[in-house]
Design a protein around this ligand. Sequence first.
Ligand code: MV4
Length: 502
Amino acid sequence: MFNKVLIANRGEIAVRIIRACRELGLETVAVFSEADRNALHVRYADEAYLLGPAPSRESYLRADKILDIARKSGANAIHPGYGFLAEREDFASKCAELGITFIGPKPSSIAAMGDKAEARATVIKAGVPVVPGTEDVGNMTNDDLLRIAPSIGFPLLIKATAGGGGKGMREVRSLEEMPTLLASARREAESAFGDGNVYLEKLVEGARHIEFQIMADSFGNVIHLGERECSIQRRHQKLLEEAPSPFLDDELRQKMGDVAVRAAKSVDYVNAGTIEFLVDKDRNFFFLEMNTRLQVEHPVTEMVTGIDIVAEQLRVARGRQLSYTQEQVQFKGHAIECRVNAEDPFNNFVPSTGRITHSLIPTGPGVRVDTGVYPGFEITPFYDPMIAKLIVWGETRAQAILRMRRALEEYRIVGVRTNIPFHQTLMDSHRFMGGQFDTRFVEERFSMDDAIEPSEANSEIAAILATLVSHNETERSAQKVRRNERDASNWKWVGRWERMHR
Ligand code: MV4
């Protein structure tokens, strides 16, 4: 059984994992790139080792170096976090060969779910509903696909079997345009994944993206921890997640949860994973794919279940049984997570880099912030722009929204632009409040035009303010930050909304 965990990741998730290890009395080993010498995960770990230059392929993707550091440091387990090496079957196998516990599923489960066409075929056999589409696995030729397409019907989607993130995905409206789109989808998939294989699915229009958290131990116990609503996204990047989904009732939740467990069991799943579904307007749901890792948005599930998912991952990786049966999982209240990205929502969300000079982190009742950055840390262009996750909990969805507004108002980050104004605008949107949105919402129905862009003068004032507050001088009259316009009517709105949903 392991007692020393190497965290093969960076940023907030590395910090999150170190915290869980600490609480369980496990020793921690951090790895870092040249850009991350002063990162929080390096400071919090018991030991830290340099991987190499900033670019991921020279640092966090260097499986060989990471395994070498594990051996040298005596780490007998590796937690991969998300991204980087988390869903690489070969890495998980290599860990096993070297007698290192990979804190995640078996290599065979990663492989089975990694190929999206194979995943479809596997879950279909287990009686899991999928979107109508191709059911073969392995290489399908354009001739095969053109022949099958009319029986699936248009519009349809070409998807990459190595898939994920919308890369290599094409909407097809007619048979005539299909050859061209097949070629470009294959080209894009080839360059993104080194694999140009594609499959077909009927296009489900106006769907929501709802996913179920799975936890499984090595004794065959598989449970779900409820769902997360993930439809608020832009260009396949999630921006906000919440639990529970405002769209599900108990009956549908139970049905989808049972199906999610069945899908996980079909690949002998162990550890934490996520089953993604599309849910259409008529509440039909379809398996989309399984993510065989811990996810960015796991905290919203932790907030509504009280379960520490990372601690549970460590527990089952040490060969113990799950701490909960399905019946023991209780849901309470509502949680929302806003991903705080270093990007400019007023300028097409372009990444923003630079040193964070000041910051004020929201706290108080029901507020959690998971971050890997702090004042003095430099945001570089080498990694994901997400610098923090702001998570709130409330008794009801309406209270969670009010709490999120309050927390977003408190949040000050100076030195880089962030998407906090986007989240503030979202919290004021009636469609969001009413839970009336699908995956097209941000791109097609949402506008930042009415939001107040922070001016240079304002950010200077904010900088001065941050300094003042950090020196314990609470001169609040100088405050020139944006407040929500609808403050006065918030409570009226909450009352109305909750009466409507009783
Ligand atoms: C779909 C779909 C509609 N119909 N499949 C996008 C990424 C990939 N993981 C699956 N995706 C989709 N698959 C069918 N048959 C719509 C999407 C989709 C989407 C899915 C989840 C979250 C956001 C999305 C945004 C655009 C399209």
